[in-house]
Design a protein around this ligand. Structure first.
Ligand SMILES: Nc1ncnc2c1ncn2[C@@H]1O[C@H](COP(=O)(O)OP(=O)(O)O)[C@@H](O)[C@H]1O
Ligand SMILES: [Mg+2]
Length: 408
């Protein structure tokens, strides 16, 4: 059984306290995050109970009529979906987090009730387990393979929640309307056990706005990750990624917009620490985290690469060409990407055309080379984002549940 959530497009649940929940005449009130989440969860559990009872009925024809009320709310389907929609800044991302947190809380409650029951029948064994359950940091120190099955359940709740700081670092940016605007669409598929515990999730992302990487608009920012890393990185990291003496305004990708800060009081350095914590909880190794940061800084350096127009003699006379300037950033970009300077330069300033069995290299002009460099940055960033989503899914997926119907 599973609940689903789509966070992408119209109808905010902004403001409004929990009073919506219990006040009379609820029908007329606009949707509210807790109420919607609670109703979906209850409907799923009802659907589950019904299907279990129906199965029992099927195997025992003498059972008394269960679930006769056709079309009533009791015949709610097990699978539920929640659509979170609204214009930019309406509160979709915040609402999605509230809903996820609520599911995680319900799930934990069930897990803890089970644990209490078990520990009262076997009080030596599990007393320690309870305090562990609520400590994400403690969980983070263990690799998934070292969990026994109960701890793994709790870990999944934490991991599902912890996917947010990571996806937001790489997929959110400050726009004119929202300092934490998601620049991608998201579909979260949440699975529950028959007891109502969270058992796994899958996140699908759509249409990351890659053009922002190259052309962020005035008054907006590029993706959070760059500002967060530059604010939170250690001196050693500055050294490792050739950043010494540099700051946000030294990078073309970041300094075109004249906007470096956030208005919502969120500190980039703190967000970087949160993201690293989240990555550890999800199971990113330190090598993977380093490789990702290295790629991000390679992209920043790539943004500073400059080409100078030249001419090159060929069979038809002279043609426009260009050369990649050897600067601090171009050297750093090649080094961080793990390629030789000449190889990066050739890749960005020449085009290889296959003519028959021969490969002909013809020069690109300055504008074409700049486009090639932009394409490299976008492709690298896009691949890193996809890698991160896959990595998160690997850790939060529930392999036992087949991936069947999920639309609705
Ligand atoms: N329920 C809420 N309570 C308090 N502030 C909220 C709430 N929902 C949204 N906000 C504020 O509005 C901002 C934009 O919300 P967000 O969820 O990022 O919008 P969207 O995802 O729809 O573009 C948030 O950063 C937060 O400051
Ligand atoms: Mg959003």
């Amino acid at each position: 059984c599973r609940g689903m959530k789509n966070s992408n497009s119209v109808t905010p649940f902004k403001g409004g306290g929990r009073k919506h929940h219990h006040s009379g005449g609820e029908e007329k009130l606009p949707p509210h995050a807790y109420k919607t989440a609670d109703e979906a969860y209850r409907a799923m559990m009802r659907g589950l109970e019904n299907s279990i009872l129906m199965n029992q009925k099927g195997s025992n024809s003498n059972s008394r009529g269960i679930n006769k009320k056709k079309g009533s709310i009791d015949s709610a389907p097990t699978n539920q979906s929640i659509l979170v929609s609204g214009e930019s800044g309406a509160g979709k991302t915040v609402t999605t987090k509230i809903v996820l947190n609520y599911f995680a809380m319900l799930s934990k409650k069930i897990a803890d009730d089970e644990l209490l029951q078990r520990s009262s029948s076997n009080h030596h064994k599990h007393t320690e387990g309870l305090s562990k359950r609520f400590s994400p940091r403690a969980n983070a120190l263990y690799s998934p393979s070292s969990f026994d099955s109960e701890e793994e359940q709790v870990c999944i709740e934490q991991q599902v929640l912890q996917s947010n700081p990571i996806l937001e670092a790489f997929g959110n940016a400050r726009t004119l309307r929202n300092d934490n605007s998601s620049r991608f669409g998201k579909f979260i598929d949440i699975q529950f056990t028959s007891k109502g515990k969270l058992s796994g999730a899958q996140i699908e992302t759509y249409l990351l706005e890659k053009v922002r990487l190259i052309h962020p608009s005035v008054g907006e920012r590029n993706y959070h990750i760059f500002y967060q890393f530059l604010a939170g990185a250690s001196a050693q990291e500055y050294n490792m990624y050739d950043l010494e003496g540099m700051s946000v305004d030294d990078f073309h990708l970041l300094n075109q917009t004249g906007t470096y800060d956030r208005r919502d009081g969120v500190m980039d350095g703190e967000m970087h620490a949160d993201m690293l914590d989240a990555m550890v909880t999800i199971g990113f190794t330190s090598e993977t985290i380093q490789a990702l940061m290295r790629l991000m800084m390679a992209i920043l350096h790539c943004g500073n690469i400059q080409f100078t127009a030249t001419h090159e003699a060929n069979a038809r006379g002279m043609s426009d060409a260009c050369m990649m300037e050897m600067t601090h950033s171009s050297v750093a970009a090649a080094r961080l990407l793990g390629v030789k300077f000449e190889d990066l330069s050739d890749a960005l300033t020449y085009r290889a055309i296959k003519a028959g069995n021969e490969v002909v290299h013809s020069p690109l002009d300055k504008v074409q080379s700049e486009k090639a460099c932009e394409a490299l940055m976008k492709a690298t960033y896009g691949a890193a984002f996809d890698f991160i989503v896959n990595k998160i899914n690997e850790s939060i997926s529930n392999e036992q549940v087949p991936h069947d119907s999920r639309g609705a």
